[in-house]
Design a binder for this molecule. Sequence first.
Ligand code: ASP
Length: 433
Amino acid sequence: MIVCKFGGSSVATASQIKKVKAIIDANAERNVVVVSAPGKRFKDDTKVTDLLYQCNDAVRAGASCRPVFSKIEERYHDIISGLKIQSRWLQPILDDVRLHIDAGSGPNYAASRGEYLNARIIAKYFGFEFLDTESLVILKADGSIDSRTYDNIRRVYKPGKKYVVPGFYGSNIEGKILTFARGGSDITGSIFSRALNATVYENWTDVSGVYGANPTIVEDAKPVAEMTYGEVRELSGVGAGVFQEEAIAPIYGTQIPINIKNTNRPEDVGTMIVPTRKGDDLVGLSAKKGYNRITVRKLMLFKQRGIRHALLTMMVVFGVRPAFSCYGIDSIVWYFDASLASDSVLRMMCQRLKDEFDLQEAFVEKGFSIVGVVGQGLPEHPEIVSKCAMCLQENHIRTVFINYGASDLSMLIGVPEGTEVEAQKVLAKALGF
Ligand code: ASP
């Protein structure tokens, strides 16, 4: 059997959902269809999930969600009338959702309803069973998947039957709805693929696979035919948006291939994401902006036992969880997501670190981007490091750090924020993406 997941743009309108139906009808093995909430219909449109978060914000600010919620109602009514299915059943459900949001049910409940409502409509249209994930997908306190999830799914699934499943949410052990990180319907698809041992997990989106470079930046970038679980994870970790960063975890350790496909061009083969592959080539590059860095300095720092851990523990108290690090003998630099802490929190944190650990210096600098070059050939080809460094230098882009060797699959290059677009262009050319 095949698990298919359709992303927000594939289920944004009635005409897109009709394309999804044609895809499902074309292969009798496509038994489980995981759907996102309606995404953007055009460039400046707002995703239903974002509207739902706005509803929750309105309620938190003491207002009613009604004005924003009416836009959501309109989206679903448009879909249902475009699909020409009976619609009377929908309004009471919409009213119930609105009342719950207005009663302060919180951001997780609000955001989860985008997928819930869309899945119910699509299930009706297809004539498939709607299978709610609320009591099936159980999340642990640290956000990881409770292993009971897989048994829950196997228990309710009847072979040969067809299901529509809402992505993006489950609930905690106490039964309270929790959503995944943004783009998390991919995770639901992975969970169902693993639970049901799918022959393939088809992940349908609006591009024909994972590109070697961002096609909006590098004009002639092309989809990559094959890459490994590890490679796609490294690429998503540095900003490639096609497959959600955390969605590999549930499927890791299985042999299930993931096929990234285009709903608007189903004939394209897309990208196959597989557990292992042959070859020592590179698969792609991507970049993520929005990093700050903290530098701490103290003579003989590396000799002081346990200090790194203690410094990190203190930083976490201030809400700063570093993503990348560079260790020296008398200094450490940690890069972290700039949205994690305000200027005043960072000032307090630096002062506290200095006082507590008797540091010579602790200071924050802002505005960095990380470019990741990904491929299992990297350890065999250290010349790629010098190629990239030279290419950036020739193009007057400052290299802030190069992290090579920490992973067998990727090399990370720090550049000043604002230069990451040009960096991707010149590196893609130099590396042949
Ligand atoms: N609807 C959610 C989001 O917009 C999850 C998803 O589409 O995968 O992030």
